[in-house]
Design a protein around this ligand. Sequence first.
Ligand SMILES: [Ca+2]
Ligand SMILES: [Ca+2]
Ligand SMILES: [Ca+2]
Length: 282
Amino acid sequence: MKFKKSWILVLLLIGFFTMSLMVKGQNLYSHMVVCLEGQEYHLSYNNSHIHIDYEGRSYYFSTDKNKKIIDMAIGDIDSNGNDNLLILEGENLPYGQDFVIYDILTDSNGLELKEKYRNHMEVVRPWKIKACELDQDQELEIFIAVNKKTQYYEEIENRPFFFNFKNDMLVKKWTGSKVRSSFTDVYFADLNGNGRDEFIVVEESEEGGFVVAVYYWFGFGFILQGESENYDRIELVGTETIDKSTFLVVETWNHKKKTKRKLEPSKEQTKNGVYLLKEREE
Ligand SMILES: [Ca+2]
Ligand SMILES: [Ca+2]
Ligand SMILES: [Ca+2]
């Protein structure tokens, strides 16, 4: 009897362990900060849920049954002092169908999400969304990476679209065929502290492999400012601030070796006459 009981226990433990792994696999949460009435709160989300910690309580919001969160960004898109949620919704990864803006309402009952705007953009296959400030005009830009062909480029590939949200409408700011070459990932950060975000792009390089390119917005388009060395593969991780300087943090693969690097502008110039984004020496 004893023997049997212990086996049941082992099987139960294996079951729980497997289940916890499965749950973990479904719940890869991304963590962000949301600003409401001047206070910052923790927000996390996965494909089907948004979770906000607000004034000592946790609020869960679920997507509609067959809808997934493809990607999400946070920003005060209507400049009313409270962050909005900018969400690409869709039935299946990796492409979204709808771009939706939500207001986060706060009242005596707590938090509520209210749909403010919805745009069906399934036809352009959106897959990534970011909020950024390119020109310091107090109106956030909305970046959406889409996957389509254009009038001049027949190939279906990733293309960068920028919008503003004016008078409850999405207004095109810049919808490019491409910046310089095909891209696989983007990020926005104010690397030089001038109050304007740089457009940081992982691009396919001519020699094969990938580079990180840094562009800034100038009136009607983007100007290349810096670029990294060539790596086999690059993933943008984020930024880190040390002694008031902001560095780009990337994970690179070279000869199958993964390395986390902090990149910073250097005095060295690349063959394109822009600064080399060089690995910071610790
Ligand atoms: Ca707002
Ligand atoms: Ca702006
Ligand atoms: Ca900047």
